[in-house]
Ligand binder design. Structure first.
Ligand code: TXA
Ligand code: MG
Length: 309
């Protein structure tokens, strides 16, 4: 407890100085900065080597704080009541008098917001007078981080502090739903879309899954930097083989996401597995067919983006 309090204190110290720090969430680790500060948020883009055109998600604890920044509608309240805090991000209309830095939104009139579910980060958010802008804490296009060690691997000494919250529970990013016009899914994620559909009781469009639907979503993403082949039955000799069900195979090149097709477990292990394979210096990755249902859809989405040439 003492350690946690002193870590929260350190986090506040750096954030109040307009520095970036690593923070845990239930999905992936974020690279966080004061969302109201131009100076702090510009550091995020520099550190990640991220295009200024790619807007950031802002993390809140207090609904009242969000009310100052965004117009909230009925669909928002339905989803908020049911799923927050949790792995869902809302794209909302930004209020003209909001204090959100222009860097965060790329000067547009919408803002992506979420209420993360992580004890440590919520303790920090509760104590701050501003919300935190935080993209995933990786260099742009790299694999997303799911532990403090992963964040260190990405940034080394370039960031001042990482708030340790252990390995993340879910392991894939939040699901993004736009509530700006007609509700629409913009990114598949850790929240299954059927749950969102059921709550909103509307047909939810998932914009063409294979098309570029927003900045930073078209290019190579979530990538270990080596070729990936999908729906493979038999790997090539130089490839690591990612499997969704354990077999009696003892080769060092087999990596199981889960013992027996548990997609929650597979999601949690996904980025960790890619990172491990990269470290072992394999020249390629083959992946067996992953069921395209529920969280399997999200894993397949990430695999497709990671395997783009
Ligand atoms: O789980 C998550 O969502 C993690 C954790 C740290 O919260 N964050 C995360 O952030 O994945 P990032 O920056 O890696 O991905 C955010 C995505 C980007 O593709 C960005 O283009 C999109 O959200 N985005 C941000 N603001 C938007 C907006 N106003 N309209 C549409 N898309 C937006
Ligand atoms: Mg990211």
């Amino acid at each position: 407890m003492k350690k946690l309090l002193s870590n929260i204190k350190k986090s506040k110290y750096y954030l109040n100085k307009n520095d970036c720090i690593g923070i845990p969430t239930e999905t992936v680790y974020g690279l966080a900065a004061n969302a109201y500060s131009n100076r702090a948020t510009s550091k995020i883009f520099k550190l990640k080597n991220r295009s200024k055109k790619n807007p950031l998600i802002v993390h809140y604890y207090y609904l009242d704080m969000l009310k100052n920044d965004c117009e909230l509608n009925e669909s928002f309240f339905k989803l908020y009541k049911k799923f927050c805090p949790g792995p869902i991000t809302f794209v909302l209309k930004l209020k003209p008098n909001s204090k959100i830095s222009k860097n965060v939104t790329n000067n547009k009139n919408t803002l992506a917001v979420r209420f993360p579910k992580h004890k440590v980060t919520n303790k920090l958010l509760k104590d701050l007078k501003y919300p935190l802008a935080a993209p995933s804490a990786n260099i742009s296009s790299n694999i997303s981080p799911v532990s403090k060690e992963d964040v260190i691997e990405e940034f080394g000494k370039k960031i001042k502090f990482i708030l340790d919250g252990g390995r993340t529970k879910m392991g894939l990013e939040s699901t993004i739903v736009s509530l700006y016009n007609v509700p629409q899914i913009l990114r598949l994620g850790s929240m299954e879309i059927k749950k969102i559909k059921k709550t909103l009781k509307v047909k939810l469009k998932l914009k063409n899954k294979f098309k570029i639907i927003m900045p930073g979503q078209g290019k190579l993403h979530y990538s270990p930097g080596i070729p990936i082949r999908l729906n493979v039955k038999k790997p090539l000799p130089h490839e690591a083989f990612i499997l969704i069900k354990k077999r009696k195979l003892n080769d060092m090149k087999y990596f199981y996401l889960t013992k027996n097709k548990n997609l929650k477990e597979a999601s949690r292990n996904f980025y960790k597995t890619l990172r491990m394979i990269k470290k072992k210096k394999f020249k390629g990755i083959a992946v067996e067919k992953i069921p395209n249902i529920g969280l399997g859809q999200t894993i397949n989405d990430r695999l497709r983006r990671a395997s783009k040439k």
